[in-house]
Write a protein that binds this ligand. Structure first.
Ligand SMILES: [Zn+2]
Length: 364
């Protein structure tokens, strides 16, 4: 069986509010782009089911799950819930699907864990909410679907799992969930000095984590150096039975929330390198706040997992998907031609700086 794409219509027209970075479409545009390119069919597309409260309770506090449900029903939050669960505060707004959307993202990842029980590849661009905490929202994340997915793998009897996170922000919620657990190796590449300000190079979470806080301007050559010099050797040494890759698109140059400078080629190279490293692979999205950058990157992730050719110039139906996107920021007023006519960025190679060499030494 080939790779499976787990999507959902819950993401279409769902936003965190017009002034929030998650005002932009991401999963719906990625899915539409893949469809326009002929890359999805009844054979490889599955709609994510809603997770049950019992399933999500494997990691999350029942009181917190109930608070999310209350917030969706009432579209409001009490002072007590706001203080205790960080919803309706700290950039984690009450929005129309505040309960169902995270529950479907979690349901998609739990389905992915079931689909890969005996091996296989699942791509769920709606997953990757790596900041979610057992009892509170954090960093736009309400539930932590990577943690739930990997707990499901462990519950199936797997003993060695690797988590790789190339989002611009440290995968703190996942690292902390498995801190000190020798079964799960968590590796995070993220921008140094950025929220949540954890994930220093010497932070190993009791041996289960490796962190690569990279400097502003981080380029494709530097990502390749980290991949070949640290991430792949660490993964080979851990010999995982399953790999979970969080593929946030906010480390790409055009993203408004980071100062990193990758092209989407860097993301696709990581996907290609990890694809056959273990018998089981789940790939998710994550951050990503420029609608063109996200859709182009994440559609290319699906192509990479399948070995589909990425056309140099998009066919009209795919171009129309990208031309239909709107972005309430300066960059959205006049999107450059290549954002709507191509999928692949020009490579952004550069010098591998001393900071990267230092990270390579510290990481191994
Ligand atoms: Zn991020």
């Amino acid at each position: 069986m080939g790779p499976i794409y787990v999507g959902s219509e819950i993401y279409r027209n769902s936003t965190y509010g017009k002034n929030h970075p998650l005002a932009v479409p991401r999963v719906s545009s990625t899915t539409d782009l893949c469809r326009a390119l002929g890359w999805l069919s009844e054979a490889n597309f599955v709609s994510a089911p809603l997770a049950t409260e019992a399933e999500v309770g494997r990691f999350h506090d029942p009181g917190y799950i109930a608070a999310l449900k209350r917030a969706e029903e009432s579209q409001a939050v009490s002072d007590e819930d706001r203080a205790r669960f960080h919803i309706g505060a700290f950039n984690n707004p009450v929005y129309p699907e505040i309960f169902r959307r995270p529950m479907i993202s979690a349901g998609g990842i739990l389905l992915a864990a079931r689909l890969t029980r005996d091996g296989g590849i699942v791509y769920a661009p709606g997953g990757g909410t790596h900041h979610g905490r057992p009892d509170r929202a954090a960093g736009f994340c309400y539930l932590n679907d990577p943690v739930l997915g990997m707990l499901a793998w462990l519950d199936q009897g797997l003993a060695r799992i690797a988590y790789v996170d190339i989002d611009a922000h440290h995968g703190d919620g996942v690292q902390d969930a498995f801190a000190g657990d020798p079964r799960v190796l968590t590796i995070s590449v993220h921008e140094a000095g950025r929220w949540p300000h954890s994930g220093a190079a010497d932070d190993r979470a009791g041996g289960s984590a490796r962190n690569f806080p990279v400097p502003a301007g981080f380029n494709d050559s530097e990502m390749r150096a980290l991949l070949e010099g640290a991430i792949l050797p660490l993964l080979r040494a851990h010999a995982p039975q399953a790999v979970f890759l969080q593929c946030g698109a906010d480390a790409l140059e055009e993203d408004p929330l980071s100062r990193l400078a990758l092209s989407n080629n860097a993301h696709w190279a990581v996907v290609a390198a990890l694809r056959d490293l273990a018998p089981r692979l789940i790939v998710t999205g994550g951050g990503g706040y420029n609608p063109w950058t996200v859709a182009r990157c994440w559609a290319g992730v699906w192509a990479t997992l399948n070995g589909f050719d990425i056309p140099a110039r998009l066919p009209p139906a795919a171009e129309a998907v990208l031309r239909g996107l709107r972005f309430n920021r300066a960059a959205g007023r006049n999107p450059p031609d290549h954002w709507v006519t191509t999928l692949r960025d020009a490579p952004r190679e550069g010098m591998v700086r001393a900071e990267i060499h230092a990270l390579l030494e510290a990481g191994l």
